[in-house]
Design a protein around this ligand. Structure first.
Ligand code: NAD
Length: 243
């Protein structure tokens, strides 16, 4: 019998923002590939328990913007082979009217969390000379978007962070990559006005919106040995939108 594609048998994977949307699909995908899955989301997110049950994994809770929470989370998680930094939010608005609070909230959840999580996890991975990190960026971080200066800055920051950490950790056996999704149907995009959705769809070569599973398959590839020689890369998964 041929070995399963990109098997993650024997690997322990921690996913942030696992309770819904893309994180939930990643949890299912990695479980399907044989990984032991640890699902992390904000304290009080009941769906996280449900996802953990579905994938036969553990439900863990942390606000990934808080250093103490993250330290505790990584200690609870134990030795992890795969880290998926997926938690993210939007607080859209034109820069001229954007409050400092909305700026800081988005930078904190989307970018500072990636620093905190990697900072807490990287030493263990480097010591074990093995690890794969995948950070969720966005095509908005590569091309910008109207009304999303805060979000674009956070997602562009992830690109620079990913490439820099890849350079630091490569010789210690740790790969660090990013996935940049286009428009994916989740609660995050559900709130967009219909005219924005129509424009996005028109700009998408494949003529459909992405599904969380489209992203989960790319994340799976990048954290598997199929991508053993890929690090510091940003894989765009957008149905041909941002070409
Ligand atoms: P979503 O809103 O459906 O899910 C985000 C998850 O993150 C939620 O479960 C939420 O509880 C969790 N979360 C938020 N703040 C947190 C915190 N402080 N600590 C811990 N968990 C927290 O979003 P999604 O669409 O599934 O997006 C997942 C990732 O993909 C995000 O980083 C997002 O920016 C990115 N992304 C999404 C799209 C898209 O079109 N949906 C496009 C590009 C990039």
């Amino acid at each position: 019998m041929p070995e399963a594609y990109a098997s993650l048998e024997g690997k322990r994977a921690l996913i942030t923002g696992a309770a819904r949307g893309i994180g939930r699909a990643i949890a299912a995908q990695l479980k399907g590939a044989g990984a032991e899955v640890l699902c992390c989301d904000l304290p009080g997110t009941s769906e996280n328990e449900e996802v953990a049950r579905e994938v036969g994994g553990q439900a863990l809770y942390a606000d990934v913007t808080k250093a103490d929470d993250v330290e505790k989370l990584i200690a609870e998680a134990g030795d992890i082979d795969i880290l998926i930094n997926n938690a993210g939010i939007t607080r859209d608005g034109l820069l001229a009217r954007m409050s400092e609070e909305d700026w800081r909230a988005v930078i904190d959840v989307n970018l500072t969390s990636v620093y905190l999580m990697c900072h807490a996890a990287i030493r263990g991975m480097m010591k074990r000379r093995s690890g794969a990190i995948v950070n969720l960026s966005s095509v908005v971080g590569l091309h910008g978007n109207f009304g999303q200066t805060n979000y674009a800055a956070s997602k562009a920051g992830i690109v620079g962070f990913t490439k820099s950490l890849a350079r630091e950790a490569g010789t210690r056996g740790v790969r660090v990559n990013a996935v940049a999704p286009g428009y994916i149907e989740t609660r995050l995009t559900d709130v967009l006005p219909d005219e924005v959705k129509t424009k996005m769809l028109e700009a998408t070569s494949l003529g459909r919106f992405g599904q969380p599973e489209d992203i989960a398959r790319a994340v799976h590839f990048l954290c598997s040995d199929e991508a053993a020689y890929i690090t510091g890369e940003v894989l765009v998964v957008d149905g041909g939108m941002a070409m």
